[in-house]
Design a protein around this ligand. Structure first.
Ligand code: ATP
Ligand code: MG
Length: 564
């Protein structure tokens, strides 16, 4: 497991501070966050977002949002919109919104220039043939038979590719660099491919050729004036090519520089849009925002706050070695945050009726603090009466002395925020199941009064029968049953945790009635409140809630198994 420690300046901040001291780029700091709009953002992206936007914020720079939309097969405006929503929700502000597709004409012109300068050629081999000729890191590759075709022919064919005269996959444009270079990325990388099957989400049918990542990313950084182009470690091997392409056309001394940090991987989940899309498409989860998904919208629906997610990223920090982060740390972070803020309420998951035989009258209102000992955080009203629901497990007909909760002739037990009671007996149905528990209460023992100080060995939760509401609770657990599903052989879908969702109908205290409406939507995002259901865990109201039906999602259990 990756070491987690507090740090002062991360290594990228150190580089930025040194650049500023040396007066590089006239003290200008410009970063970008470059998602491909082919899926929803996940928590791995948040690590990149916190870096890209964080550097700009900290050093008075600007971070632009750039959609790396060079593959129309997988991209969609649905993703463009959700990405913007999620970044704003996380609390970051971008300078401009750019699209790699804004540069298609410029990049095309640049490709023509490369061809004219003898630096690019049209290859008619198949992808398999090209791959076969790549060689190995220790063995030079083989030159394509089309490598030395005349410039005019290359120009004509590339234009034919763009004109839609050539079928997808029949030709590519390759950079003519060095088939023997020890860096395999220099062995005549593909610059352009043909895609005619799908319209582009912004440029429609205008283009039939699309630039590859390596030919688009560095150029886009250069066009925009990016100073620090920060990405993840798998791009280290691309960096020389990033520099090479820019060097071929740059008309000034300015250069964007690429820096790399370790990707975020978390146990018991996957961090790949491709796999997430598969889970969504095959209905193995309820959608991108399924509360078990590591997506930003999934975590939000699970009850994670933007603050807690950012705090988590802050805790794990940035290094240059790949590793794996314990899911327990993420859960620990939200728990610590909600502990301070989530109002407490009662909900009974497995109810049995409790009748207080000596309770006379209509009932009363009990005022309880939202969080015990924090009067500044407000109070709520709980209805109390003769008939209540308690957890079935809080009563035992025949208990030994180690059972501190209700049992006939047993100990005194406090009803949370209310009175002390003592069980007297119970009633059963023909199958022997307990249907009602009977008890007497002590009218002088009410919490908040003098008698309320009397101690009992146990306190139990309750809700009042008439005022309580039925609520659906969705008990979520980890999505995968094994620690690192990406490292296992075989089909990752078979590693899904079969118990990742359990639905329970509970009796919730009437004060939650105020949550029974469709949550308000602000900037496309449902505003949902957080609660601690006493003894059960942290929960958030789910957007499926209506006037007639309350749905609560479990964000995290109360038990913290995170060990530093
Ligand atoms: P995926 O493999 O899930 O499709 P990606 O890297 O292709 O992810 P992009 O949309 O291209 O996704 O990523 C945008 C930015 O987010 C990139 O700079 C990328 O390095 C960064 N990023 C993606 N995944 C992670 C991760 N797990 N940890 C940190 N940064 C990430
Ligand atoms: Mg990508």
């Amino acid at each position: 497991m990756e070491e987690v420690q507090e740090k002062s300046l991360n290594f990228i901040e150190q580089i930025v501070e040194k650049d500023l001291q040396e007066g590089k780029n006239d003290g200008r700091i410009q970063t970008r966050f470059p998602p491909e709009p082919n899926g929803y953002l996940h928590i791995g992206h948040v690590k990149a977002i916190c870096m890209d936007f964080g550097i700009a914020e900290k050093y008075n720079g600007v971070c632009n949002l750039r959609f790396d939309d060079t593959n129309p097969v997988k991209e969609d405006t649905e993703y463009v919109d959700s990405i913007q929503q999620d970044i704003a929700w996380l609390g970051f502000r971008w300078g401009n919104v750019y699209y790699a597709s804004d540069y298609f004409q410029k990049l095309y012109d640049l490709a023509i220039r490369f061809i004219k300068e003898g630096k690019a050629y049209v290859d008619e081999q198949s992808a398999e043939q090209i791959a076969e000729q790549k060689g190995t890191p220790t063995e030079a590759g083989k030159e394509s038979p089309f490598r030395n075709r005349p410039i005019d022919e290359n120009l004509r064919l590339f234009q034919a590719m763009q004109n839609g005269e050539i079928e997808d996959g029949k030709m590519v444009l390759r950079a003519k660099i060095d088939m023997a270079n020890p860096n395999m990325h220099f062995r005549d990388p593909i610059m352009y491919r043909i895609i005619t099957t799908h319209p582009h989400h912004r440029t429609g049918r205008r283009w039939n050729v699309y630039p590859m990542y390596d030919f688009a990313h560095g150029q886009s950084d250069y066009f925009e004036g990016v100073t620090h182009s920060i990405c993840t470690l798998e791009f280290v091997v691309h960096r020389p090519l990033y520099d090479y392409f820019i060097d071929q056309f740059a008309d000034s001394d300015y250069r964007p520089h690429q820096y790399e940090f370790n990707r975020l991987n978390i146990t018991y989940t996957v961090m790949s849009k491709r796999k997430m899309l598969q889970l969504v498409k095959e209905g193995l989860v309820a959608g991108w925002d399924d509360p078990r998904m590591p997506t930003v919208c999934g975590l939000r629906r699970r009850g994670y706050t933007a603050e807690a997610i950012r705090e988590f990223i802050n805790k794990i920090g940035y290094t240059k070695v790949e590793g794996m982060i314990d899911l327990g740390l993420l859960e620990h972070t939200i728990r610590e945050s909600l502990k301070e803020t989530a109002p407490r309420v009662c909900a009974i998951f497995d109810p049995v009726k409790l009748v207080l035989t000596n309770y006379e009258g209509e009932g009363e209102t009990i005022v309880a603090e939202n969080i015990d000992g924090h009067s500044e955080l407000g109070t709520r009203e709980m209805q109390f009466a003769r008939e209540l629901y308690i957890e079935r497990g809080d009563f035992l007909e025949n208990a030994d002395k180690n059972f501190f909760r209700l049992s006939p002739g047993g100990r005194e037990v406090r009803l949370k925020s209310a009175y002390i009671i003592q069980a007297t007996g119970c009633e059963k149905d023909e199958n022997g199941n307990i249907t009602t528990v009977y008890a007497t209460y002590d009218p002088t023992s009410k919490s908040g009064t003098e008698g309320g100080n009397r101690k009992t060995k146990a306190t139990i939760n309750w809700v009042e029968c008439k005022s309580c509401i039925d609520a659906e609770v969705r008990l979520y657990d980890r999505l995968f049953a094994c620690e690192n599903p990406s490292a296992e052989e075989g089909d990752f879908r078979e590693l899904l945790n079969p118990d990742s969702l359990r639905v329970v109908n509970c009796k919730a205290e009437g004060s939650l009635r105020k949550e029974m409406h469709q949550p308000e939507i602000v900037n496309g995002i449902a505003q949902c409140n957080h609660y601690q259901l006493l003894k059960q865990g942290y929960f958030v109201v789910d957007p499926d809630t209506t006037e007639n039906h309350l749905v609560l999602n479990r964000t995290a259990s109360l038990k913290d198994n995170w060990q530093k």
